[in-house]
Each structure stands twice: as C-alpha cells, then as structure tokens.
Design a protein. Structure first.
Length: 100
C-alpha cells in the first residue's frame, strides 16, 4: 500500500508576491488545494510554478498564474497581476490542504 501524507492549515493574505506558506510535509507536495473562506475562489497547485483558480460565484471563470514552484518546505501564492486569483488577497483568509 502506498502511504499518503497530508497536512492542512490556514493563513491570512497579505498581497505579497510569491509568499511562502510552510506545508509541513517531508517532501514536495503532489498537489495543494486552497479555498478562500468566503468561498468565492477555489485554487489548485499541481503544475510546478502555477496556481489555478476558479471563480465559484457570479461568473464561471478560471485562469492560471505563475508563482514560485513548490519545494520540500513551502508552497507559494501571490502573483502581482492578480492577488485574488493567486490566493493572497490582502486580509482574506484561506484554508489549504497539501498532499504528498
């Protein structure tokens, strides 16, 4: 059987570029799932150096933005062109789950 590591947490956005979020896994995550507490955006980090976003309300739109690639200590959020779309809007709260 294959072992799967999983960690989770929360953070408050600060509108910074490539903000490091410690994930607590012993290796680089396979993927990270994020959700703003307001439920307006949903996010995934699967591909190295990319964060995907999906708007859940009002308009059904989605996109992808560049961020620093995950490493064995952190995953990264925040792209200066769209902090809401890159999971680091100032003062917004986010929940995340990292799977390794």
């Amino acid at each position: 059987m294959i072992g799967i590591d999983c960690t989770s947490g929360t953070y408050t956005g600060n509108a910074a570029v490539n903000r490091a979020i410690p994930h607590g896994l012993p290796n680089i995550p396979k993927f990270v799932l994020l959700n703003g507490i307001t439920g307006y955006y949903f996010y995934t980090i699967i591909e190295a150096g990319k964060i995907n976003w999906q708007k859940a309300q009002v308009t059904a739109s989605s996109g992808q933005l560049a961020v620093t690639a995950m490493d064995d200590v952190n995953f990264y959020v925040g792209n200066a062109t769209d902090y809401s779309g890159s999971a680091n809007a100032n003062t917004y709260a986010y929940h995340w789950v990292a799977v390794g």
